[in-house]
Ligand binder design. Structure first.
Ligand code: ADP
Ligand code: MG
Ligand code: ZN
Length: 491
């Protein structure tokens, strides 16, 4: 994992970027936000529709309770204040995939406000403000396709119309493309932990618009921003921002002015292109939605929802570092997903020595994964397998050296540790004490000075002798047995 500083393009000496992100996240409800149509992705076009989501005259919306609970849960996880009363509003605009001619959203009274996410920045941490989290419905999808008559046509699929979304708007607190990347990574991780969305970018379950401007360093006022829309990966968002910042600086330095506009990113070329200018585009004429009551999330309901709030990744990492004595980096890897972290903790708790499980992950598993270029999710050795191996070492059944060999075999064969251990006929380390005793005698004879120190009361020399014997036995001996034999001999 490269650090932020390594990835960062050199900061511009005269200009400072300002970035704010708007993120849309699909909520994993079974049905749409104002009707009982299914939200299933990939259904045949225009099969999950009804008079409500098609905007037929006279059809009335009924708010989906689950959508409110999911949105509130996400907002809580993002440290927001939940507004007891929020108001749905109509955002009016014309677009072929918007049958009603307006989108039901929230405007001046959103569900939640004043949140934040912490992102790593310059070796420390930085709080990025979240302006608001509000509920809204999705629009349909325009499909630009070639048809059998070879003509380019646009088809419209309204299955997505009325799917529940939250929009998460950040303050313009981000100062670099790397910070934006980190913010999105954390945001996605938090949302995934809450379980309210699958955040699948390919399926459009998480979409991000990036707003960016530049200003001379030291200037208080923001410069004019552009908005980059429809970028489909975090990496591309970082690239698009890097390009766009460079472009804006060039325009200003050559005496030009930035026009406020929406731009598209072409990932093949690594460039952004103007799509439409903001002035001509939008006056949404927001007004309160007359067909829906104000949304009230009172204290009791809030409390109920809060019960579903899981331990969030940041807190979990801090706890795991403390509890298992692992590094922050390892905690980062082990919390890659909630399920992986759960597996690790289950294994660590089931094993006789949790710390040993953590140490094996850190000392034996990570390096092999890295050498193979795979992530921990693809590891042939499961957390369960690590726990089994940890117990075998703990019990003195196998040595550290044998464990290493068995791990190598696991990786070669793509099989989990317990399976390989069986295949190898449940090997055990040598407990042949006569051979060991001979080695011990040799070591003691070869180190008279240390022996003298030990006899003079420096009991810590025992560790030195154990180490020497282990080395001489090439790790095959059981440290416990070596320890016992040595103590007996020295005593
Ligand atoms: P709009 O009305 O154009 O959508 P908003 O004020 O709602 O603008 O802000 C949208 C997003 O743009 C927010 O994430 C905000 O932080 C960000 N933003 C606002 N002003 C700037 C700016 N000058 N430079 C960069 N980002 C900005
Ligand atoms: Mg906007
Ligand atoms: Zn419907």
């Amino acid at each position: 994992m490269a650090t932020t500083a390594e990835k960062s393009i050199a900061a511009h000496p005269r200009f400072e970027p300002v970035i704010g992100l708007e993120v849309h996240v699909h909520l994993l409800t079974a049905t749409k936000i104002f009707c009982s149509c299914s939200t299933r992705f990939g259904a045949p076009p225009n099969t999950n529709v009804c008079p409500v989501c098609l905007g037929m005259p006279g059809a009335l919306p009924v708010l989906n309770k689950k959508a409110v609970e999911f949105a509130t849960l996400a907002a809580m996880a993002l440290n927001c204040r939940i507004n007891e009363t929020s108001i749905f509003a109509r955002k009016n605009y014309f677009y072929p995939d918007l049958p009603k001619g307006y989108q039901v959203s929230q405007y001046d009274k959103p569900l939640a406000e004043f949140g934040f996410i912490e992102v790593p920045s310059e070796g420390g941490k930085k709080k990025i403000g979240i302006t608001r989290v509000h509920l809204e419905e999705d629009a349909g999808k325009s499909l630009h396709e070639s048809f059998p008559d070879a003509e380019e046509k646009t088809a419209i699929d309204l299955n997505r119309t009325g799917a529940p979304l939250i929009e998460i708007v950040s303050e313009p607190d981000l100062s670099t493309p790397d910070e934006a990347y980190e913010y999105l990574t954390r945001l996605k991780e938090i949302i995934l932990y809450t379980g309210v969305s699958d955040c699948n970018m390919e399926e459009g379950s998480l979409r991000c618009d990036a707003n960016v401007s530049v200003r001379p360093r030291g200037q208080k006022e923001f410069g004019t921003k552009t908005e980059i829309k429809n970028v489909n990966s975090f990496r591309f968002i970082r690239e698009a921002l890097e390009y766009e910042i460079g472009r804006q600086i060039d325009v200003i330095e050559s005496g030009g002015k930035i026009t406020q506009e929406t731009r598209l990113y072409n990932a093949n070329e690594g460039k952004t292109y103007g799509m439409r200018s903001k002035e001509q585009a939008h006056d949404y004429r927001y007004f309160p939605e007359p067909d829906l009551l104000p949304l009230v999330v009172d204290e009791n309901w809030k409390k109920e929802i809060a019960q579903a709030l899981p331990e969030l990744p940041e807190a979990r990492r801090a706890r795991m570092v403390k509890e298992y004595g692992i590094t922050e980096y390892d905690a980062q890897v082990l919390t890659f997903s909630k399920s992986l972290a759960d597996q690790f903790e289950q294994a660590a708790k089931a094993a006789k020595n949790a710390k040993r499980v953590a140490n094996l992950v850190q000392g034996e598993l990570m390096g092999r994964l890295k050498a193979k270029g795979i992530g921990i999710e693809q590891s042939p050795i499961s957390m369960q397998g690590v726990a089994v191996s940890a117990d075998l070492v703990e019990a003195g059944t196998i040595s550290g050296k044998m464990l290493k060999d068995l791990y190598d075999l696991s990786f070669e064969r793509g099989k989990d540790f317990p399976a390989v251990y069986e295949q190898e006929g449940r090997p055990q380390q040598s407990t042949d004490t006569s051979a060991l005793e001979k080695v011990i005698d040799e070591i003691l004879a070869a180190n008279p000075k240390q022996l003298e120190q030990y006899r003079a009361g420096k009991k810590t020399m025992l560790g030195f002798f154990v180490g020497q014997v282990m080395k001489a036995s090439k790790g095959q001996a059981s440290p416990q047995i070596v320890n016992d034999l040595l103590t007996k001999k020295l005593g």
